[in-house]
Design a protein around this ligand. Sequence first.
Ligand code: MIC
Ligand code: SF4
Length: 753
Amino acid sequence: MAFDIDMIKKVYSQMVERVDKAREIVGKPLTLSEKILYSHLWDGTPDKAFTRGKDYVDFAPDRIALQDATAQMALLQFMQAGKEKVAVPTTVHCDHLILAKQGAEKDLKRANDVSSEVFDFLGSVSNKFGIGFWKPGSGIIHQVVLENYAFPGGMMIGTDSHTVNAGGLGMLAIGVGGADAVDVMAGMAWELKFPKLIGIKLTGKLNGWTSAKDVILKVAGILTVKGGTDAIIEYFGSGAKALSCTGKGTICNMGAEIGATTSTFGYDDSIERYLRATDRADIADAANEIAAYLTGDDEVYANPELYFDQVIEIDLDTLRPHLNGPFTPDLATPVGELGAKAKANGWPIKVDWGLIGSCTNSSYEDLTRAASIAKQAVDKKIKAKADFGINPGSEQIRYTAERDGILKIFEDLNATIFTNACGPCIGQWDRSDVKGDEKNTIVHSFNRNFSKRADGNPNTHAFVGSPEMVTAIAISGRLDFDPMNDTLLNEDGEEVKLDEPIGIELPPNGFEVKDAGFVEPVADGSSINISVNPTSERLQLLTPFEPIGNKIEGAKLLIKAFGKCTTDHISMAGPWLRFRGHLDNISNNCLIGAVNAFGKKTNFVKNQLTGEFGGVPDVARAYKSAGIKTIVVGDHNYGEGSSREHAAMEPRHLGVVAVLVKSFARIHETNLKKQGMLGLTFADESDYDLIQEDDTINFLDLNEFAPGKQLTIEFVHTDGSKDIIKTNHTYNQSQIEWYNKGSALNLIKRQSA
Ligand code: MIC
Ligand code: SF4
C-alpha cells in the first residue's frame, strides 16, 4: 500500500472539477503541466488564467522531500517558525553525507560514526515535527521518492534540484531552497512564476545501445544549461509511451541540468506497471479512474505548436548514444566522435574510472543493462581496464539486485559496490588512484560534471553517459571506444566485440527488501527536545538576518566572477558538506571556486582596505568587520546547479548585500530573495565590463524599490570617473517585504507571533 493514500485520493477527487474549470477559463485544451498547476492553486478552484513566464502564482504542493545536506539548514529555519508539526507530508533522506571509500559496509559504518551528530539531529527534529525519516543507507532521496511517494498528477517540492526526477511518474516535482520548503511546512502557500512550457515530442523507439539517458543528453545539447530556465518540459508522443517509467525518471532528473523548472510525462502503461511493481496498486487503481486528467489533452499532443511555447522533436529510432562533457553537462558528443574531439582539445583518452548509479540512473533496468555488458566482458575474458564503482539508488534496488545475481556480475568485474547514497556524485569520494591535480578522465552515469565535482580535482575530465555505455567505456579504458563498431582484445589475444545491452524493465520476481530504512515519526512529538551543542562545529542555531535597508552607499566589490559560476563554485560540496548545518563554518567556502575576473585566479581577491590580496571569505569578513557592505558581480546563469541555499546564506552572512549578474538560475535567484538580499541583472549586459576591481558602489534609488522598476547603481572608479548603470529585478511586492524584513523567515516569524 502507498504512503499517504488518503491525501492522494483527495487530490484526485478535486482534480476533475478543477481541470475542467481551468480548461474553460484558459479557453483551450490543456497540457498535463497546466492541469497539474491549475489543480494545485492555493486558492482552490481556478478563477482566472495566468500568463506564462510572468504571473507569480501561489501553489499548494502535496508533499515535501529534504535530503540531509540541505535539510539541516531547512530544519534550522523551520524550528524558528513556531509550528508544532509540518503542514504537509514531509520526509528527510540521509544520502549526501556518506563518503565512498572501501565499499558499502565499511563506508556506512564510518559515516554513522563521523556524522552521528547530524543524523541524530535530523532524526529527532523529524520525529518532533511529524516528518518521515530515511536512515543513512536507505537510498538516494529521488529514488526513494520515486519508489514510495511520487504519484501521477501530484505536485511536490524538494530541497534538491533533482527533485524533478519524480516527473518520471507523471508529477510536477520541483527543486527549491530550504526557505521555500519552510513556507510549505509551515502551512503557507508556495510561490512560483507561472512557467513557460516546452513540449518535446518523442517518436520511434529506443534500440541497440541507445537509452533514455541519451534522450536527455541530446536535449541538453540542444537547449544548453540555461535553455529550460523558467520552463516546464513536457514529453509526449509514441516514443514517450514506449519508455519505461524509470527511463522517464532519468530524463526528468537531468532536466535540472538545463535549468528547467521541472519535466514531466503523462500517465501511461509504463507508469502503471511501475506503480504496481512498487506495491502501489492503490494509486494505479485511483489514477486509472481519472486517467484522462493525468495526461495532456489529445488536441495538445496532435498540434503541440499551438499549445507550447517551444516544441522539439526527437526520433528515438535514429538517436545515437552520447557522452556529454567535460566540465559541463550540455557539451554533447555522439559516441564514436569523441576520440577526435578529445585529441583536438587535449582531453585524456585513457579512462581511469567508470561510475554508475546515483539518483539519475540506478533503476533495475539500468543495472540489468549495464550488467549485461559486464557479463559479456567476464564471459569473453576481457579484463576491465578502468576501475569501476556502483552506487545503488536505494536499499530496495540493492537488495533486489543482489538477490537476482546482478551485483555478483559487477563484482566479478572487480567493481566496488558503494553505499546506497550519492557518494562520488557529490564529491564524497576518497579517491586514491590519482594524486594532486593530475590530469585524468572519468566516465559516469550521474548528471553533473562541473569542475572539481566528483573528486575535488580541477583536472578531472568527467563525461556523462548511460550506465551501459559507462560500463563499456570502463571495460575498454578508452574515451574513444565505440562499442557499436570497435573490438577489444581479450586475454587470449582474440578480438571480441560487445553485443548490444539487454535490460529488464522490472524484476520478474518483484522488488524485495528486508529493512528499507524508514523511521515513522511518533504521533505526538511535542515532548521531544532538540538541543544543539553551542560548541558544535557541525550545527549552529541561526541568528535572524538584519534588514539591509534602503541605503547602500560606499559598498565595495567582493568579487567579479568570470565565466561559469555554479552553486558548486559558490559553495563547494565534497568535504564542505560537513558544515552544512553551521552557517559560520561553511561560510569559509564562500565563492572560493569562483574565478576572479581580475587576474583569473580562484579565491584571490583584492582587499581594498589594505590593498592586499586574500581569499574571498577572509576579505569578506574584513569588510564586514569594518562595517562595509559588499556586492558580487557575475556572468550568465549564475548559481546554476544545486538548490543549496548556503550559496545565498553564506554571502548574506558575510555582508554581501547584492548579487548583480547577466542572468540567474531560477532556484538561486529565489534563494537570494528569500534571504533578504538583492538579486539584480544588468539591463545592458555589456555593463559587466564597466565594473572595475577598486570601485566604490552607491545605490541611487533603492528607497524607491518597487515591482517592475529598475534600480540605478553608480560605480565610482579610482580615477574619479563614474559609470551609472540600470539594473533589472523580478521582485514582486511580497518579495520586497522579505527584503524589508531581512528575510522571508523573519516575516513568517512575525506572522506566527
Ligand atoms: C547536487 O546534485 O548538486 C546536490 C548535492 O544534490 C544538490 C543539493 C545540495 O547541494 O545539497 C542539488 O542538486 O540541489
Ligand atoms: Fe545525490 Fe548526485 Fe543525485 Fe545530487 S545528483 S541527489 S548528489 S546522486
